[in-house]
Design a protein around this ligand. Sequence first.
Ligand SMILES: [Zn+2]
Ligand SMILES: [Zn+2]
Length: 241
Amino acid sequence: MENILMDILFPVNECSLCREKGRFHSRRPWCQQCQNEIISTQNSRPICRKCGKYLDVPEASCCAECRDNPPEFKIARAVGPYCNDKLRKAVKVLKFLCRRYMSIKMGDMMGEVVIEEPAFWPIDIIVPVPISKGNLKQRGFNQSELLAKQISKILKRCMYPHLLRRIKETPSQRELTREERVENLLCAFEVTDPTKVDGKNVLLVDDVYTTGSTIRECTRVLLEAGAESVGVITWATGSGY
Ligand SMILES: [Zn+2]
Ligand SMILES: [Zn+2]
């Protein structure tokens, strides 16, 4: 019902990614050509077996970051590389043009990645990475929560949108060094109800994996609250060496 309503409220007569004319809707927000391009970039380069970043050094099995500072999550994967135009555009259309319906197709594709990777399993609950209060106020929604909602439908697992809470507003991470980012994020999140996490295998959902510091901090907090394991799925991911 929600999808039909979205289609009526936001009639889209062009592809959200390349603006090709056609008939598009919430379950098919972009054209077949864009879809083919996204699929073809998925396996275009080898990835870090731990964090899923695309590797600039093809012979490595792990990125330098994961070698020097092994993450506590069991695995992180993405639908494709953030450097790809189409994947990047999809995030922008969802976040900045506030086209929430993009999350249906994006969430479906993220769910498929999880289904096809045995290392993710078992999964008991799904938790989105919370955004800052400022961003939530400005945007009106948390894009990671929308993605997590769709993934929970695909995987048939419960999603808890407020199980992780941001308790410290953090300035932009972009300009900071790795050490500063870690410091900046320390105690930035808390688990609101540890009984829901205790002994559970958690799938953590975010839109983009960039430096990994937010994901790492959320993982740490979930494990500290008693989670059995944490796996991470994002729409797009960066490159490493
Ligand atoms: Zn297109
Ligand atoms: Zn890595």
